[in-house]
Ligand binder design. Sequence first.
Ligand code: SF4
Ligand code: SF4
Length: 182
Amino acid sequence: MKNANENPGGAAPGCFAAQIDAAACSLCEVCARRCPKGALRRAVEGTVTAIYFAAERCDGCAGAPRCQKLCPEAAIRVSPSAQAASEEILLVQGEMQRCSKCGTLFAPVRRIEAAAKKGAASADLFHDICPLCRREDLVVRLIDDQRQAPGEEAEFRSGRDLMRKAGARSGRKTEPPKPPIV
Ligand code: SF4
Ligand code: SF4
């Protein structure tokens, strides 16, 4: 194992330890997705999602840990350590939310709760319903609305129009796929 004190610049892998404050972490996975060295890894195991850390891959981002910078909850800390673990370690884990309609595990419970705490407009809507089922609900609701308001009938000419309108109401883009460039 290398010694962090022999390497104040912090460039060598294997000299760093990582910690996540489990109470603050929303399991958003940003740190794992944006780590340039693949030192942070997200894994889904059964009904649980987890973040692992491999010290041998972490180089401390040359003294400016990207994971720390990007974490929206200020929950992760990477620091030099003379005793960095030689094996991958579990930093944090939490239960996934199961969709009450289709049964899919679609997001960590903590991520949904964190969004609700921050007042995200969609948090209540998808608390226990996955995005796909939510979109289906929107389309069904639009069809019902149309049945009650026949004057607007001409507005919907195809299922694609319905999806586009559903996307507009839910804030999502539902443009049809572009043709391939030849
Ligand atoms: S440590 Fe931060 S960036 Fe990583 S999963 Fe938790 S909240 Fe997201
Ligand atoms: S400091 Fe964070 S982002 Fe940078 S290599 Fe280590 S774990 Fe990855």
